[in-house]
Design a protein around this ligand. Structure first.
Ligand code: ADP
Length: 431
């Protein structure tokens, strides 16, 4: 039988018997119940104190339903405590991992108020947690590029990352990214890219210097070869052929050096240069004239469909290099009598240059790779045409600089279409 019922039975018998002996059964029973009630009240009070004091003083271990409830509560408490310990452990390990990260991490609310930052955030960005907790990031930083980057969250086409010198140590280069998480909270991560930047700068400087150094002697050699080539009558036919070959190789080297210099100039262009207004209609007209000269005896037909008044924000030289490379490739890789289409038009999401040709095309397996430096589908053929393998690498670089999308589609034997899609925020005017 349940201990509570046993206890109640015992009280009834005992108090009833005591009442009978005293001559009043009911009074004895009532007194017995009263004692029983007071005892239960004291037990419940003990439990209430036990619950309130977080289990420090345990209630007496008397068998019964109340005791079972206490044990159940104790069990739930122990489980809760275990889960809490586990979660605290995970949280502190997670926090330790973020603190140990080589990147600066700042956790912010939706309005970019600092909530937490790791040690690297202090070293790289001068943000200290808890000192700066609750401060808005845009009120702490001073650099305009950084403030622009922080403010661009709601723009249609936000910049993915920002390369900037650390606000606390100009020798450190940082790459900053901001991510939204858990609905509206913001996470800023700043990685130290000083070594990568230094290596990149060294690579660029080396290519630029080497190309510059090679340019002068090559110009002298080309000049002499040209002079000799103009007086070939005095030479044997064998030497005439050799001189011709030397001239063509020297021209190839000159093209290569010019393309390498062009690429390094593009790479070191300041971003401010990308905001000039460029009249693409005019640019295409110049490129069209040059393409006709290049086409010369091959007699290609040019179809132009140009939307007038479509001006874009960008760098004129870079856009000229990119668009001319695409059009000149169309001429060079199309047979005599080929048709070359040049379209410049506004789209729903910006503006598009589309160059089509009826040339040899590019096999599907090469399309992904033709924008890599020095990648050529047919090396011998490219060389024969004076190609350097850098043309589409230049195009790709300019497109990335202008946040534009480059697409190449081709059908071998039928032709190639190259499209450059510039985003809406670069389009200035359209009639
Ligand atoms: P290249 O100086 O050799 O022309 P590019 O970087 O301009 O170098 O082009 C890379 C390769 O892509 C070329 O060698 C060529 O094989 C291929 N290619 C580029 N444009 C076209 C085109 N319009 N038609 C066919 N092949 C092309």
């Amino acid at each position: 039988m349940h201990p509570d019922l046993l206890r109640l039975g015992f009280v009834v018998i005992l108090s009833g018997a005591a009442g009978l002996l005293a001559g009043n059964f009911l009074t004895g029973l009532t007194l017995g119940f009263l004692v029983c009630l007071i005892w239960q009240y004291r037990r419940l009070k003990n439990i209430s104190t036990f619950l309130r004091d977080d289990g420090e003083q345990k209630p007496p271990d008397t068998p019964g339903i109340v005791n079972e409830i206490v044990r159940e509560i104790e069990f739930l408490r122990a489980r809760h405590k275990q889960r809490e310990d586990e979660l605290t452990g995970i949280l502190s390990r997670f926090e330790e991992a973020i603190v140990a990260l080589p990147d600066a991490v700042i956790v912010m609310d939706a309005e970019s108020h600092v909530e937490w930052a790791n040690e690297k955030a202090s070293e790289y960005l001068g943000i200290r947690s808890p000192r700066d907790r609750g401060h808005r990031l845009s009120h702490i930083f001073r650099q305009p590029e950084l403030l622009d980057f922080l403010a661009q969250e709601d723009k249609d086409n936000p910049q993915k990352s920002l390369l900037i010198a650390s606000p606390v140590n100009a020798d450190i280069s940082l790459e900053i990214r901001i991510t939204r998480y858990a609905g509206s909270s913001l996470l800023l991560v700043a990685g130290n890219v000083t070594d990568i930047q230094r290596a990149n700068r060294m690579r660029k400087d080396f290519i630029a210097n080497a190309s510059h150094e090679l340019r002068t002697p090559l110009t002298v050699i080309s000049g002499y070869l040209e002079a000799i080539d103009n007086e070939t009558d005095e030479l044997s036919t064998g030497w005439q052929a050799r001189i011709k070959q030397m001239r063509s190789q020297a021209r190839r080297m000159q093209n290569l050096i010019e393309d390498l210099l062009k690429l390094s100039r593009l790479e070191s262009k300041p971003s401010a240069d990308l905001d000039n207004e460029v009249d693409i209609t005019e640019l295409i007209s110049v490129i069209h004239d040059e393409a006709q000269t290049l086409s010369a005896a091959q007699i290609h037909t040019f179809n132009l469909e140009i939307q007038a008044g479509l001006v874009v924000k960008g760098d004129q030289d870079s856009l000229y290099s990119a668009f001319s490379n695409i059009v000149f490739n169309a001429v060079q890789y199309s047979p005599s009598g080929g048709v070359i289409g040049i379209k410049w038009y506004r789209t729903g999401t910006g503006a598009c240059l589309e160059v089509t040709d009826t040339g040899e095309g590019i096999p599907a397996e090469h399309i992904q790779r033709v924008t890599e430096r020095f990648y050529r589908v047919d090396k011998a053929r490219s060389r024969e045409k004076g190609g350097t393998g850098l043309g589409l690498a230049i195009v790709k670089h300019v497109m990335v600089q202008h946040e534009a999308e480059l697409k190449i589609s081709s059908e071998p034997g039928r032709g190639t279409t190259v499209t450059c899609h510039l985003p809406a925020h670069r389009v200035v005017a359209a009639e």
